[in-house]
Design a protein around this ligand. Structure first.
Ligand code: SAH
Length: 214
């Protein structure tokens, strides 16, 4: 089956599994996942499953990405912080919907390869930082101090307080928190200055690695 048809089927699958946000579904219908997986996995690009990428990391499961994006209630005016660029697939999905995406990845091989794919796809609204995402967007360009939405694509041992401090008023953050292989997706909001934390579904991400320096 052609990639285009497989992509349509994936969107239908996401929809029948509870994704109703039209902006999210439209983004999945536009971004070619086959461009973000390793060449040997291109034929599996539209299985609703995580797949291996470089450096023993994984491109997240489409269903989980879609769920996190839906939880964030993304708007075209949002400035979004993404921790864990990885393949760049989720970065592309976000950049389709929002104003700007600032994406942090600790492994330079992954960041550089994602930057290359995203640049050749024509995106102009994505900024990159190579480093430990526990410190968020500190000392990076553009010099944003806070974000409307924050999405963390790796499992954190606990909620990084520096990330919470970078969540703007009215903002929403989605972050898997828990052990190295099993976490619970936490949804954190800041309303009238008050931070609220809600635990949602079980999930399984690669660990959010803490670099000694941070
Ligand atoms: N959304 C990405 C997910 C990649 S897996 C995709 O679908 O391709 C998670 C990524 O988080 C990996 O690339 C890993 O290197 C990165 N990562 C792990 N710990 C990190 C940290 N402390 N800071 C930034 N990135 C981190």
């Amino acid at each position: 089956m052609r990639f285009e048809d497989q992509r349509k089927n994936l969107v239908e699958e996401l929809q029948s599994n509870g994704i109703a946000d039209m902006a999210v579904l439209k983004a999945f219908a536009r971004i070619p996942r086959e461009d973000y997986v390793l060449p040997e996995y291109r034929d599996y690009a539209y299985r609703n499953k995580p797949l291996p990428i470089l450096a023993n990391q994984t491109i997240s499961q489409p269903q989980m990405i879609a769920l996190m994006m839906q939880v964030l209630e993304l708007k075209s005016t949002d400035i979004v912080l993404e921790i864990g660029t990885g393949s760049g697939y989720q970065t592309a999905l976000l950049a389709e919907i929002v104003k700007e995406v600032c994406s942090v990845e600790r492994l330079d091989t992954l960041s550089l390869s994602a930057q290359k794919v995203l640049r050749s796809a024509g995106f102009k609204n994505i900024f990159f930082r190579i480093g430990d995402g526990h410190t968020g967007w500190e000392k990076a360009y553009p010099p944003y101090k806070e974000f409307n939405k924050i999405i963390v694509s790796a499992g954190a041992a606990s909620i990084p307080q520096l990330l919470v401090s970078q969540l703007a008023e009215g903002g929403i953050m989605a972050i898997p928190v828990g052990e190295s292989s099993a976490q619970i997706l936490h949804v954190i909001t800041r309303e009238h200055g008050e931070v609220a934390i809600r635990q949602t579904v079980n999930c399984s991400f690669v660990p959010l690695v803490r670099d000694i320096r941070s």
